[in-house]
Design a protein around this ligand. Structure first.
Ligand SMILES: *Cc1c(COP(=O)(O)O)cnc(C)c1O
Length: 369
C-alpha cells in the first residue's frame, strides 16, 4: 500500500458482525475472558491498537505505543532508561520537553543540550554512559535542520539509540526510520490530529528490542494512555493527513516567498527557502518542507504584537498543525533565549485559501511602514 492508502485503510479494523464501514469506538474498560481477547483498557483497546498500527505503517516501523500526550510519550522513553545514564538532546529542544528533563529528571539522568546541526559537537559529547541521542528536525522556532542519517551513523558507532521527534514534518514529509534512526516520536496534538481538538502522543520503533519492551511496560504500568474517543478521532484525522500536509506546505511556501520580498520583514526561517541554512539537508531527507515558518519583522516586540493584533485569519495562539492558521510572538511562550529575537514571530500556516492569508498579512504589515 502507498502512503495515502495506508492512511485510509491501515487504522480501520472492523470486527463487528454488522459490518460497519468504519471501526466503532470501543469504550468498554474490560473484556469478557476468552481464549484470545483483550483484557483491560489500560493494557489494550481496539481503537488505540488501530492508531498504533496505522502510525507504525506510515513511519515504516514494526510497532507503536500511543500516549495521552506528546510529553507523556517522551516521558516513557526517559523512564525506560536506567537511572544515571546520559542523554544528548538538541539545545533548541521543544521547550516543554527541555523543561521536563531539567526538572523531573534532574539528578536522575545526565543531559547535554547540544547544537545538533554540528555533528562534530555530538561526537564530542558522547561518553561511556550515553544511551540516547534525541533529535528534533525541523526544530522550533528557527526550523533548524539536523542531518538524521549522519547523526545516526555517529550515534550507532558508539551504541546509542537514536530517536527523532518528527512532529513538525509528519511521516508524510519525513520518515526517520528510513534515514537510520531507531525510534520516532510525535505529538499527535499537532498535524496527526490536525484540528486543534485532541492532546496525544505516540512512539514508533524500527526494532523490537529490550529498550522498546521497557517503553511498552511503562505504557501499560504507568498508564498514561489515550482514551478510546481520542484514538478514534486520531485515526479519523490520519485519513486526510497526506492531503492536509501537501496543502499546509504549499501555503507555507507561498507565504514564505511573500514575506522574503516584503520591505518590512528582516528574515524568514523556512527550510524550503534556498537561503535557509538547512535547505540542502532538508531536501535530502524530506519530501516536503512543512507548514511551519518563523520570521523577524523590522521593528521591536511591541510592533510585532501590533502587527499580530491587526490580523483577521491568524489567531494569536500557541500550538500548530491545525487547519486554521495560528501566529504568535514566540518569546511570549518560551521566554527570550539565545539567538531568538524578541520580535520573532512563529506561524502555523493553515488550510485557508492562500490569497486570503496573503491579503491579511499584507494589510497587517502596512502598520509597520
Ligand atoms: C507539542 C510538541 C511536543 C509535546 O506534545 P504535547 O502533545 O503538547 O504533549 C513535543 N515536541 C514537539 C516538536 C511539539 O511541537
Amino acid at each position: 500500500m502507498k502512503t495515502e492508502t495506508i492512511a485510509i485503510h491501515g487504522g480501520n479494523a472492523v470486527t463487528d458482525s454488522l459490518k460497519p464501514v468504519i471501526q466503532p469506538i470501543t469504550l468498554s474498560s474490560t473484556f469478557e475472558h476468552q481464549e484470545e481477547s483483550m483484557l483491560y483498557g489500560r493494557l489494550e483497546n481496539p481503537n488505540r491498537k488501530s492508531l498504533e498500527r496505522v502510525m507504525a505503517a506510515l513511519e515504516k516501523g514494526l510497532d507503536a505505543a500511543a500516549f495521552a500526550s506528546g510529553n507523556a510519550a517522551a516521558n516513557a522513553v526517559f523512564q525506560a532508561l536506567p537511572a544515571g545514564f546520559h542523554i544528548i538532546a538538541p539545545d533548541d529542544m521543544y521547550h516543554g520537553l527541555k523543561s521536563l528533563l531539567e526538572t523531573v529528571y534532574k539528578g536522575k539522568l545526565k543531559i547535554d543540550f547540544i547544537n545538533l546541526t554540528d555533528p562534530a559537537l555530538v561526537e564530542k559529547a558522547i561518553t561511556a554512559d550515553t544511551r540516547l541521542l534525541w533529535i528534533e528536525s525541523p526544530s522550533n522556532p528557527l526550523l533548524k535542520i539536523s542531518d538524521i542519517n549522519r547523526l545516526s551513523g555517529i550515534a550507532h558507532a558508539r551504541g546509542l539509540t537514536v530517536l527523532v521527534d518528527n512532529t513538525f514534518a509528519s511521516p508524510i514529509f519525513q520518515q526517520p526510520l528510513l534515514e537510520g534512526a531507531d525510534m520516532v516520536m510525535h505529538s499527535n496534538t499537532k498535524y496527526i490530529g490536525g484540528h486543534s481538538d485532541i492532546i496525544g502522543g505516540i512512539l514508533i520503533t524500527g526494532e523490537i528490542n529490550d529498550f522498546w519492551k521497557g517503553i511498552k511496560t511503562v505504557q501499560k504500568l504507568a498508564g498514561a494512555v489515550p482514551s478510546p474517543f481520542d484514538t478514534y478521532f486520531l485515526t479519523r484525522s490520519i485519513k486526510t493527513l497526506a492531503y492536509r500536509m501537501q496543502a499546509h506546505a504549499a501555503n507555507a511556501g507561498t507565504i514564505a516567498r511573500f514575506l522574503v520580498q516584503h520591505p518590512s520583514v528582516e528574515t524568514v526561517y523556512y527550510p524550503g527557502l534556498e537561503t535557509h541554512s538547512g535547505h540542502a539537508v532538508a531536501r535530502s531527507q524530506m519530501k516536503g518542507f512543512g507548514g511551519m515558518l518563523s520570521f523577524v519583522i523590522k521593528g521591536n516586540a511591541r510592533a510585532a504584537d501590533r502587527f499580530i493584533e491587526e490580523l483577521r485569519y491568524f489567531t494569536n495562539a500557541t500550538s500548530l498543525g491545525g487547519v486554521e492558521s495560528l501566529i504568535e510572538r514566540r518569546s511570549r511562550i518560551q521566554g527570550v533565549s539565545k539567538g531568538i529575537p524578541e520580535q520573532l514571530i512563529r506561524m502555523s500556516v493553515g488550510l485557508e485559501n492562500v490569497n486570503d492569508l496573503l491579503e491579511d498579512l499584507e494589510k497587517g504589515l502596512q502598520i509597520l511602514q
